[in-house]
Ligand binder design. Structure first.
Ligand SMILES: [Zn+2]
Length: 429
């Protein structure tokens, strides 16, 4: 076991001994909601009365940082496992095999267990192993089996499913509420494909993105009303988050778009590639060609080329066995193209997780969360131990730390004075 992981596990063990404030019978339930591609500041140029009320009634982080590889499946799986991408090995939205050249599009990966089940247990399974019942509505990874075990209640999103149907959004909330009340599930993860879809199609600055944020805000209002209607106000904790942000794609004539075949004959030097997929690209050099590929691509502007083995430790990608030997990351807003400019997106992600445009949201409310509490930014990997604490289960080995997030929880015997102090401290945002 690596030393830092050991330290983290010790910290988690110590922290979990502290009793949560809930004194009624049984454990509280937990709902994790993800709105894909919700950039951290998307609620700042829109009227969002329900999001605003969440700040009063719960916890808000100024923003949170997704793992490096700011892409839907890798980031969601870090949230639900508490593991870095190099450990859970879901290293792309597409499932691929560099030897057979297999490439499976994102939506078709959602039930392919061989892509998700690499030894890192997601929270659903760890919770079920400890006697809880769980569900996943559209959440990435929820449709796979882990060591043969499925999530108790699963709805998987199919290819071509519309992302923005507000009526369906509400029906999905009703279904999730019935899972809690009629089937007594303890943990449910609920996923929405917006505002990612509109961010890609129209760009983050388009009026349609504003409309979708208003729609999401109304959905938050509906969720809170549904929680009340089902009598879950005192027993359901809710975390609302996302997987990454979104940035405007730079296009001609402002910039020269990156076409990698100009710098390297891809067919001649690479045996596998996924390059036409936003700002993040991977390729496998033909035998003996790694240095040549590295040197040639290093000549391309607005691009950073990494040998997997030499990637910064902060990326937490180098240990991955699945990731091909060469990884390329475009500068913010630049799309990678292999041979032709085929990419039509107005907005994209997949860029360095240090970029503010890649940061995303965290909100939480419910009986175990403080009210009117604003936290400093943190890494999304720390959501996992927080969820374990809320469900009062023993975490599987993970890379997060409860110490980062436990300030937002209410513990037994905590005075109102403490809360007032924290509210004052938070007012600097
Ligand atoms: Zn996403």
């Amino acid at each position: 076991m690596k030393l830092e992981l050991f330290v983290v596990l010790v910290a988690v063990t110590c922290a979990t001994s502290k009793p949560l404030n809930k004194a009624t019978t049984g454990k509280n339930k937990l709902l994790l909601v993800s709105f894909d591609g919700f950039r951290w500041d998307y609620d700042q140029d829109v009227e969002t009365p329900h999001f605003d009320q969440l700040v009063v009634d719960g916890v808000k982080a100024k923003y949170i940082t997704p793992p490096m590889l700011t892409m839907t499946s890798p980031s969601h799986f870090t949230t639900i496992t508490g593991r870095w991408v190099e450990d859970h090995e879901v290293v792309h939205n597409m499932m691929f095999n560099t030897k057979t050249n297999l490439k499976v599009p994102h939506k078709k990966t959602l039930t392919r267990s061989e892509w998700w089940d690499n030894g890192a247990l997601p929270l659903w399974i760890t919770a079920q192993d400890q006697g809880l019942k769980t569900g996943s509505f559209f959440f990435p990874g929820g449709g796979a089996n882990y060591s043969g075990q499925a999530v108790n209640q699963v709805v998987v999103e199919e290819a071509g499913h519309p992302d923005d149907n507000e009526t369906e959004w509400r029906q999905n909330i009703d279904t999730v509420m019935s899972w809690f009340t009629e089937e007594d599930l303890d943990l449910v993860t609920l996923y929405y494909g917006e505002p990612d879809n509109v961010g890609h199609a129209k760009g983050p600055d388009h009026p349609r993105r504003i409309e979708i944020i208003e729609q999401i805000d109304r959905t938050i209002g509906y969720l809170r009303e549904a929680i009340s209607r089902h009598g879950l106000n005192d027993s359901l904790n809710v975390i609302i988050t996302s997987d990454h942000g979104m940035t405007t794609v730079k296009k001609r004539p402002e910039v020269d778009e990156i076409i990698l075949n100009k710098y390297l004959n891809l067919l001649q030097h690479a045996s596998f590639e996924i390059l036409d997929y936003g700002g993040f690209g991977i390729l496998t050099p033909r035998p003996g060609q790694e240095q040549k590929v590295y040197d040639a691509l290093s000549n391309a502007p607005n691009l950073t080329v990494y040998k997997k083995s030499e990637m910064p430790e902060s990326f937490h990608l180098a240990k991955s066995e699945r990731l091909p030997p060469i990884v390329v990351v475009a500068d913010l807003g630049f799309n990678l193209n292999s041979r032709f400019i085929v990419y039509v997106n107005k907005g994209d992600h997949g860029y360095h997780n240090g970029e503010m445009d890649m940061k995303t949201i965290f909100r939480a409310f419910g009986p175990n969360f403080k009210r009117n509490f604003l936290t400093e930014p943190f890494d999304s990997i720390h959501i996992y131990p927080l969820m374990c604490k809320l469900l009062q289960i023993e975490p599987a080995p993970h890379n997060g730390s409860l110490a980062v997030t436990e300030d937002m929880l209410q513990y037994n015997g905590e005075s109102e004075q403490t809360k007032v102090g924290q509210m004052c401290r938070s007012s600097s945002f």
